[in-house]
Design a protein around this ligand. Structure first.
Ligand code: CTP
Ligand code: MG
Length: 234
């Protein structure tokens, strides 16, 4: 029984604004991707980390990993990514050695996820759940809207009961065979891996997420991430 973490890191980071690909941006002097790789390798359960680099950036990412201290009991692989997150994850899955039975998929854009969250996801998969997501309750009320047409403002269609909603994070954990089958079956675009498993009709279970597993998406998130890192070092 061996666990690998696939880290999709091939996105541009359009919402973060102009600059280097998001995963290569520095947080307190260290590239976001290196923080994310360390976060996965921090779990004793993870024996291999597969980084899915920007399509033309695999060499640069390899150099980056060589230049930073990483746990030695973990193996590291770098493969080039694709045009969508889904495609990037699939390219990462294609690179897994045969003896991997459990797969975590973790956004490079969630560099600060604590070890306890990684371990909780792995434990739930090893406990028999083929698909596991870490998630948190929502702070905001969420509205469903209809698409704006012409010059019209968006209008609210419905307000789902907030108590039944969760904001889903990564790492998401899977029985390897289940995740590979989901990626081979579902073709429409999705924003996470668990939704593909849901489409197979399988049960996806939830474990507690963590506030520090937030995704760096917009410029303000960089401010928060650097503050969290500074607090950890204090
Ligand atoms: N990702 C990827 N390949 C893509 C697109 C996204 O590997 N073609 C990765 C990103 O690098 C990121 C994760 O998927 O680690 C989550 O995606 P997101 O936060 O949306 O990152 P970006 O797509 O880079 O950002 P944006 O949507 O703002 O452009
Ligand atoms: Mg994106």
């Amino acid at each position: 029984r061996r666990t690998a973490a696939v880290i999709p890191a091939a996105g541009r980071g359009v919402r973060l604004g102009p600059g280097a690909p998001k995963a290569l941006r520095a947080l307190n002097g260290t590239p976001m991707l290196v923080h994310a790789v360390r976060a996965m390798a921090a779990s004793r359960a993870v024996s291999l980390v597969v980084v899915v680099a920007p399509p033309d950036g695999a060499r640069e990412v390899k150099r980056l990993l060589d230049a930073h201290a990483l746990p030695e009991r973990t193996d590291y692989l770098v493969v080039p990514g694709g045009d969508s997150r889904q495609e990037s994850v699939r390219l990462g899955l294609d690179a897994l050695p045969d003896d991997i039975t459990t797969v975590l998929v973790h956004d490079a854009a969630r560099p600060l996820v604590p070890e306890e969250t990684v371990d909780a996801v792995v434990a739930a998969v090893h406990g028999g759940s083929p698909a596991v997501v870490p998630a948190l309750p929502l702070a905001d009320t969420v509205k469903q809207v209809e698409p704006a047409t012409g010059g019209e403002a968006e209008a609210v269609v419905a307000t789902p009961d907030r108590a039944t909603l969760r904001a889903v994070q990564t790492p998401q954990g899977f029985d390897r065979e289940t995740l590979v089958r989901a990626h081979g079956t579902v073709t429409e675009n999705v924003t996470d891996d668990a939704s593909m498993v849901e489409q197979l009709g399988l049960r996806v279970v939830v474990v507690p997420g963590h506030e520090e597993a937030f995704k760096v998406t917009r410029p303000l998130d960089l401010v928060l991430a650097e503050a969290v890192l500074a607090r950890r070092r204090a």
